[in-house]
Ligand binder design. Structure first.
Ligand code: DP6
Length: 332
C-alpha cells in the first residue's frame, strides 16, 4: 500500500425550496435557473480521498461497493489542475474515494448533493489546497448542480450565472442556520434507487415539455419572493411558495415525454396528510424532488406532531427528523 496525501470531509444533504431543473450548459453543468435550498443536519455523506502514486485510475467506493467513477473523475481532474499549478504531487496522481451516506443512496434524498460537496472538500484538502468557498461551490457544481449548495449551511442560493466559462454559477449562504431554526421531516416511502436520474430527466423536460419556457420565465420571480420570505422570516410565505414551486416542477416533469412520474401512492397520501395538518392549524409544507420521498418543513415546536402524522400514512416506511445543518467541513 502506497499511503499518499489523504483527507476526509462531511457534507450535509440539502433540499431546494425553489428548485433547479434544466441546464444552461451541460459540459460546465451550469443551471438554467437559480435555486434556493436548506441544508439538512440529519442527512450527510462522509468521504475520504487519498491520492496515490501507484494508481492507474481513480477508484470510487460508495457505501462499500465499487462504483462508476465517471463524475468523480470529472471533479478530481479539476482538483488535479489546481494541485499541479500549486506544485502538489496530487496534481499527477489518481485517487481512491470512499464515501458513505447515512441515508438511502439514489432515492431522491440528494445523495449527489452531499456526495459531491464532501468529495470537493476532501479532495482539495488532500491536495493541500485552501480554496475559497465560492471555488469549492463551483467545483461541486461540476459533479452535481445541487452539490454547489451543500458547501453552505442554513439557507443557500445557487446563481444560474451568465458567464460562458461558468465562473458566476455558484452558491452562497443567504442566512445561517441559527438565524431561523426550522425543522424538516423526511418521509421515506421507498428505499430503492429511483428510475430516472435528474441529469437525464431535466434534459428530457427541456427538450419535450411545452411548460419548460414558462418554468424558465417564472424562476426569477420565485427566487425574489423566496429571498424576501427568508429575510422577513415569514414562514407562511416560505411554505406556500415552496409547495407552489415544487408542484410547478412536478407539472413540468409530468408534461415531459416520456412522463417523469416520481410519486408513488404514499407520496400522494403524505401530501394530503400535510394539507390536513394545515387545515388543523399546524403550519407544515411539503416539497418533493426527483424521487418519491416527501420532505415537510415546519416550525421546531410542531416537529413531533408532523412526525406522527407522516408516520401514520400508509406506505411511509420511516420518518427522519432534521434541523438545518452546517456547511461542508473537514473531518479529523
Ligand atoms: C429536483 O443536482 O441531481 O433535486 O446537476 O444533473 O447532477 P445534476 O442534477 P441534480 O438535480 C437536482 C434536482 C432537484 C432540484 C434541486 O435540488 O434543486
Amino acid at each position: 500500500m502506497n499511503g499518499g496525501a489523504t483527507a476526509a470531509a462531511r457534507a450535509h444533504s440539502n433540499i431546494a425550496l425553489v428548485k433547479y431543473w434544466g441546464k444552461r450548459d451541460a459540459t460546465l453543468n451550469t443551471p438554467a435557473v437559480g435555486s434556493i435550498s436548506v441544508t439538512l443536519d440529519a442527512l450527510y455523506t462522509d468521504t475520504r480521498v487519498t491520492f496515490r502514486s501507484d494508481l492507474t485510475d481513480d477508484e470510487l467506493w460508495l457505501d462499500g461497493c465499487r462504483s462508476d467513477a465517471t463524475r468523480v473523475r470529472r471533479v478530481l481532474d479539476l482538483v488535479r489542475g489546481y494541485a499541479a499549478s500549486a506544485g502538489h504531487p496530487a496534481g499527477g496522481q489518481h485517487a481512491v474515494v470512499s464515501s458513505t451516506n447515512n441515508f438511502p443512496t439514489g432515492a431522491g434524498l440528494a445523495s449527489s448533493a452531499s456526495g459531491f460537496a464532501a468529495l470537493v472538500v476532501a479532495a482539495t484538502g488532500a491536495a493541500g489546497l485552501a480554496l475559497p468557498a465560492r471555488e469549492l461551490s463551483i467545483l461541486a457544481r461540476h459533479g452535481s448542480g445541487s452539490a454547489a449548495r451543500s458547501i453552505f449551511g442554513g439557507f443557500a442560493e445557487m446563481h444560474a450565472g451568465t458567464a460562458s466559462d461558468g465562473s458566476d454559477s455558484y452558491a452562497e449562504e443567504l442566512q445561517g442556520r441559527s438565524a431561523w431554526p426550522l425543522a424538516v421531516a423526511v418521509a421515506i416511502t421507498e428505499r430503492g434507487e429511483k428510475s430516472i436520474n435528474s441529469t437525464i430527466g431535466m434534459v428530457e423536460s427541456a427538450a419535450t415539455s411545452p411548460f419548460y419556457p414558462a418554468w424558465l420565465d417564472s424562476a426569477d420571480g420565485d427566487l425574489a419572493e423566496m429571498r424576501a420570505a427568508i429575510a422577513a422570516r415569514d414562514f407562511t410565505r416560505l411554505g406556500e411558495l415552496t409547495e407552489y414551486n415544487c408542484l410547478k416542477l412536478h407539472a413540468l416533469m409530468l408534461s415531459t415525454r416520456p412522463a417523469l412520474i416520481y410519486w408513488n401512492a404514499a407520496t400522494v397520501a403524505a401530501m394530503h396528510a400535510v394539507r390536513e395538518l394545515r387545515s388543523g392549524g399546524v403550519p407544515a409544507y411539503f416539497t418533493i424532488d426527483a424521487g418519491p420521498q416527501v420532505k415537510v418543513l415546519c416550525l421546531p415546536g410542531d416537529a413531533e406532531v408532523v412526525r406522527q402524522a407522516l408516520a401514520a400514512v400508509p406506505g411511509v416506511h420511516e420518518v427522519r427528523m432534521s434541523t438545518l445543518g452546517p456547511g461542508a467541513y473537514r473531518l479529523e
